[in-house]
Design a protein around this ligand. Sequence first.
Ligand code: 5GP
Ligand code: MN
Length: 340
Amino acid sequence: MEISKNQINSFRKWLKNATSIVLVPHKNSDGDAIGSVLGWWNILIKEGFDATVVVPDEVPSNLTWMSGADKIVVYQNDKPKGDLKLKEANLILFLDFNTISRCGDLSDVIKLLKTPKVMIDHHPFPDQELASLQFSNTSVSSTCELSFHLIEAMGWKEKVDVSAAECFYSGIITDTGSLSYNSSHLHTYRVVGQLVEKGIDKEKIHKELFQSNSLNRMKLLGHVLCHNLKVVADFSLAYITISQEELDKHCYRPGDTEGFVNYPLAIKGIDVSALFTEKVKDKFVKISFRSRYDIPVNQYSEQYFSGGGHLNAAGGEWHGTLEEAVERFRKTFPEFLSQL
Ligand code: 5GP
Ligand code: MN
């Protein structure tokens, strides 16, 4: 993996001068976002840096076992502490996102700071203004994989202990559906091999990530698959809707709908799937898209739902009702497909 020597030297210099570092992932954090911030955090803390992870909103419960998760500052729950940490910082690391809107309520405070910022991310079309130093690569499976390549290029590989390795491994596994997609390059497996070599407990990690569901989440999944899954066979589309009432009935916790969007894709003949989740408190509908082949759901999401993401995995928002969002999808997706 080629990473520019100049960039690495700049990063090293900035780290050397950093007395207080804040690491920020994207809102609605997933395994790659939390895995990458905590992977770096574990290394930095061990190296004697003063480092703090500040996340925009709550961490999904299947990720809270990672080392350092108990020290995370959740901005939504403790704005004064988040603001203080950000103001004190003389280096900010952005992990797993490339536009400022992706860090939610944190974006307003971050925009005002002149602090040096470094972005490490694998999404296409980075905002060049986001950070003065950008490590951006779309060929990697995940930000966790890219982080390991960067650490290797910095000569820091020995500093990756088992705690950091568990975090990075988790991000690779969750962003690739356990190495089933976004994982056709040998470089991904080389990193996985080196993380395994660090002594990680793979079985424990998979159990924590995928077999620690609450009964409520399992029942919500069963409910939506049974009642809310719709197929538009003419266009190989399928989608799921979840209303706020259904979330409430199943005592929704952050992360409970993670992965639901993949289920419609498991139907033979379906190449595009969408998940519409009503968020009454935040006054919008959150949408996730998944696709196969070269159907660019990131382009579609950007065009119709103010979103973005990867070619085959993207997300967006609709500031209106659940019904309107679904209607828009059903009307515009066939048009979008016909223009490809
Ligand atoms: P998910 O559907 O799992 O929330 O997200 C899939 C991918 O799309 C992730 O890489 C995520 O970062 C990106 N993504 C999700 N929602 C949004 C959004 O509202 N805007 C943008 N630009 N990207 C998103
Ligand atoms: Mn990612």
